[in-house]
Design a protein around this ligand. Structure first.
Ligand code: FES
Length: 101
């Protein structure tokens, strides 16, 4: 794994998420109170994009069927999904952010 620059911190407004594509992966990056967290953007239930869902503090709710995941760990907080999703470390370097993928 290595840190890869994905974008600028100011591209993601607080309380929202944005999807970035790299190496055939879709990574959702979410801003909660200025802290960035990154997870695979594909729901483990039926493959909807998670960044399009509702972000409530550290939980993202999939807008397809309501599964919830913790954006810090990828852990399932609420079904119907049962499989956790991959989370990634994020670091900020001079106004940009890098994700360890
Ligand atoms: S696709 Fe996300 S809950 Fe069904």
């Amino acid at each position: 794994m290595a840190y890869v620059k994905l974008g600028k911190v100011n591209e993601i407004p607080e309380g929202s998420g944005k999807m970035y594509e790299i190496d055939d992966r879709w990574i959702g990056v979410f801003n909660v109170n200025g802290e960035l967290n990154a997870i695979d953007d594909i729901c483990s239930h039926q493959e909807a994009f998670l960044h399009e869902g509702e972000l409530d503090n550290y939980e993202i709710e999939c807008n397809a069927h309501g599964a919830k995941f913790d954006i810090r760990t990828g852990k399932v907080c609420n079904g119907p999904a049962v499989t956790p999703i991959q989370s990634y470390s994020v670091r900020i370097v001079k106004g940009s952010f890098e994700v360890n993928i």
